[in-house]
Design a protein around this ligand. Sequence first.
Ligand SMILES: [Zn+2]
Length: 153
Amino acid sequence: MSNRLELGRPAAAARIQGGPSAPELTGVVWFYPDPLGVVVVAQIRGLPHRDAPCAAGIFALHIHEGSACADQDFSETGGHYNPQDCPHPAHAGDLPPLFACGDRAFLAVLTDRFRVPDVIGRTVVIHSGPDDFHTQPAGNSGQKIACGVIRAL
Ligand SMILES: [Zn+2]
């Protein structure tokens, strides 16, 4: 038996665009159906620069319940996708954070917290800071700096 995931074709994707605080930020988050759940793959560039020494360059990543990225501060995205009414970080939409490599980040994670159809029309949001995986309701992750609507492919 192989431990290798067979990704196949993505069933959905969110095209990510930064807001006023991160205008260079672009990327795609792909959603691959898997027998165990969903493989989420994020490829991002244009993350804010880390000027200070020891700046962490960690950016929280979540699926939010809202369906629009239209407003400048992405407030229409609402809270984390949480159909089971769980505390953070047990929300279905909670994901590992992005670790910046220069202005880029690549992330792949397998999750069984949702299926692809559950998140179509919801939003992926990148935050200005790391997720502390403790503070309610959103891990003290800072402002919403980028957003993309999840669309079926
Ligand atoms: Zn959460």
